[in-house]
Design a protein around this ligand. Sequence first.
Ligand SMILES: [Fe+2]
Ligand SMILES: [Fe+2]
Length: 191
Amino acid sequence: MSTVLGALHEDHRNINQLLDLLARELDVVEDESNGNFELMRDIMTYMTRYPDHTHHPKDDLMFQRMRARGVVSATEDTIAALLREHGALAKKGEAFHDVLRRVVDGAMVERQELLAAGRDYVEFLRYHARLEEEAVFAEAEMLLGDADWPVIMQTFEAQADPVFGPTVDREFRALYQHIRNSAYLGARQEG
Ligand SMILES: [Fe+2]
Ligand SMILES: [Fe+2]
């Protein structure tokens, strides 16, 4: 697998890990009318920062290069859908982030509104990342070569991931610690 595809896959893995955390917290909200709203807000601060502004643009750049090399029509249809989904994801992410910020600030928010926005976001982003991997990655690997990958890779190097990258942004320290603790607990439960 090319380095770029490996890095995109790694981003997806990180994103899925956060979506699992979100889904778990949404279940707590549903069952107990309570939940770790700060954690959910921090996850969505990250989602609207890194995936929306850095990961999806990398996807877009790869799709552009693939189009320039001539994709088969089925893949072209998928790429067109994925590009539309990036726009929709940014909107849904902002909306859910906004709901969470209001809850953390003490505003009254309907539980159903929060659950609907959260579940819609989690399912949509999971489906989207899976579609990229299953319907586009293999053709990208075939079509793109040494003239394409370094150009895409440069955008990775320019923008480090503020949670999973080499340094954790101050703003995300609580989230980072939570991820580490839940990974540790998950490993203990499996072992
Ligand atoms: Fe994407
Ligand atoms: Fe992606």
